[in-house]
Each structure stands twice: as C-alpha cells, then as structure tokens.
Design a protein around this ligand. Structure first.
Ligand code: FES
Ligand code: FES
Length: 153
C-alpha cells in the first residue's frame, strides 16, 4: 500500500492503496464518484471513460501508480450544474436507453469536442468506435454530438 494524492474534479484527494489499483476503483470505492461505470474491466467497452490530463482514458485499465500528477475529470465534474452542451444535447435527443454506457459516451465525446470543435460524421464514428452501447443508441449519440458542436461554435 502507498499514499497517492489525486486531483479529481478540481478537488484534492488522498488514498492509501496498492500501486496496481485501477483508477476506476479509486473513483467508485474511495471517493464515491459512482457516475463512472464498470463494464468489461479490460479496456474494451468505454463505460469507464474519464478525462486524465485532458484526454479520454479507460479508468479500468489505468493503475493509480501511472497517474502521476495528471488531473482527473469524471462525469460529475464535466459541468458544475450538469449543463455542458453535450449533456443538454443528450437530453434534447433523449439519447439514453438503459443509461449504463452513457457517462463514458459523454466523456469520450467531450474529449473529442475539446480537440475538434466541428467533427465530421467520420471523425465522430472513429472517436466513438470503442464506446459500446448494448442498447444501440449510436444514431442518437451522433446526432447529440453534432447538436452540441453547433452550440459550442
Ligand atoms: S470497463 Fe473500462 S473499458 Fe470496459
Ligand atoms: S444506453 Fe444501455 S448500454 Fe448504452
């Protein structure tokens, strides 16, 4: 066990865990941020996507010892009042079905719009490709990303 200091959603946290503890478990079990979901646990579904140092990453596959001093942002910290343009567009398009994958979908899309404010259909498809939705909400996800991009430009 070792002490690790983390910045999550702008707040400082300290945890005493094994070096190979995945960031996802820190988020869910140590700081009670349960918006980030566990899907496959092996980096294949995207349900656990958060931002690390400004980039979308699979928190299930990131050991705490590799985090360094990079800031973490989860779905709870994306916008103070849950009113990020993507979150508003998600509501507008009624995107979720069961909802399980959706925090990961939004965080992946938010990282895309940070680096590319007007993505093409192909760029959206390429970026969102690794975020699996067993309910098949892909068409609404793409529409919502385009709506959010329009609002942000
Ligand atoms: S739970 Fe992390 S990618 Fe599936
Ligand atoms: S909304 Fe059910 S898995 Fe995506």
């Amino acid at each position: 066990m070792a002490i690790y200091k983390l910045n999550i959603n702008g707040k400082e946290h300290q945890v005493d865990v094994d070096a190979d503890t995945p960031l996802l478990w820190i988020l869910r079990d140590h700081v009670q941020l349960t918006g980030t979901k566990y899907g496959c646990g092996v980096g294949q579904c995207g349900a656990c996507t958060v931002h690390v140092g400004g980039y979308a990453m699979r928190s299930c596959s990131l050991p705490i010892s590799q985090l360094g001093d990079q800031a973490v942002v989860t779905i709870e910290g994306l916008a103070e009042n849950g009113d990020h343009p993507l979150q508003e567009a998600w509501l507008e398009h009624d995107v979720p079905q069961c909802g399980y994958c959706q925090a990961g979908q939004i965080m992946q899309a938010a990282a895309l719009l940070q680096s590319n404010s007007a993505p093409s259909d192909e760029e959206i498809a390429a970026t969102m490709n690794g975020n699996i939705c067993r309910c098949g909400t892909y068409t609404r996800i793409k529409a919502a990303i385009k709506t959010a991009a329009d609002k942000m430009n």
